[in-house]
Design a protein around this ligand. Structure first.
Ligand SMILES: Nc1ncnc2c1ncn2[C@@H]1O[C@H](COP(=O)(O)OP(=O)(O)OP(=O)(O)O)[C@@H](O)[C@H]1O
Ligand SMILES: [Mg+2]
Length: 221
């Protein structure tokens, strides 16, 4: 589904992505681990077309990434961030539903989907609260629901548990694992090796702009 060959990205005369080859299959559940500065976020931003000016070949569902409109990529690939990135002046409900208006869904469809997702992520009863009045774990669950609104095929999560305590971190990863079992392809960037060890996954270690891959175990750590 995502096919990357010979990817290079240069910042300040340094290859932060260095002849990287990687394939993410439909239905994969992947942890991307690696030292600070190893290029993890850059790789994610290349995939969502937030970062340009790279060389190599990337296809998403066999389409050349360079030829896919940003709008279409962002519908296919949703992103979750460490800092949640919620709109502070909008309620839980509004934060989740907003993405539906952007893509022109009917109000009824948006309402039904938002209600379903609020239940799925365990936020029933919190719909009308503002981000500052819910916990960090709950804020991240809002971000997960928001990411799901338009039924993406792929979720990229960049350190989604970086600001959470252990219990909430596991809750978020379990939620992402559940979505994966329902068919969403999930890639999670994390520094947290304990988390990585707790879930069966494909593990990708990034180092100096390249990757090593371990299937379904923890052999490379
Ligand atoms: N816009 C930019 N301009 C210049 N250099 C950049 C830019 N973005 C990232 N870099 C550099 O590219 C390298 C990789 O950064 P990246 O953010 O991808 O690392 P990372 O693996 O996500 O690190 P972390 O684990 O700390 O989030 C770093 O050395 C960083 O300083
Ligand atoms: Mg990063």
């Amino acid at each position: 589904m995502i096919f990357i060959r010979n990817l290079n990205k240069i910042y300040n005369n340094t290859n932060v992505i260095n002849n990287l080859d990687l394939q993410i299959e439909k239905g994969d559940f992947v942890f991307l681990h690696g030292k600070s500065g190893s290029g993890k976020s850059t790789l994610l931003k290349i995939l969502t077309k937030e970062v340009r000016g790279w060389s190599g070949k990337i296809t998403v569902d066999s389409q050349d990434l360079n030829k896919v409109a940003t709008y279409n990529i962002r519908r296919k690939i949703s992103v979750i961030y460490q800092s949640f990135e919620l709109l502070q002046e909008k309620t839980v409900y509004e934060n989740i539903s907003l993405a539906g208006h952007v893509v022109g869904k009917t109000n009824k469809d948006i309402h039904n989907r938002t209600t379903l997702l609020i239940e799925k992520v365990g936020l029933k009863g919190k719909e009308n609260l503002y981000p500052k009045n819910i916990s960090g774990g709950e804020q991240q669950r809002v971000a997960v629901a928001r990411a799901l609104l338009n039924k993406p095929e792929i979720i990229l999560a960049d350190e989604p548990t970086g600001n959470l305590d252990t219990e909430n971190a596991y809750h978020i990863i379990r939620l992402l694992k559940q979505l994966n079992e329902e068919g969403v392809t999930v890639l999670i960037v994390t520094h947290d090796l304990e988390l990585v060890k707790s879930f069966p996954a494909k593990i990708i270690i990034m180092s100096e702009g390249k990757v090593k891959i371990s299937e379904n175990d923890h052999l490379l750590i």
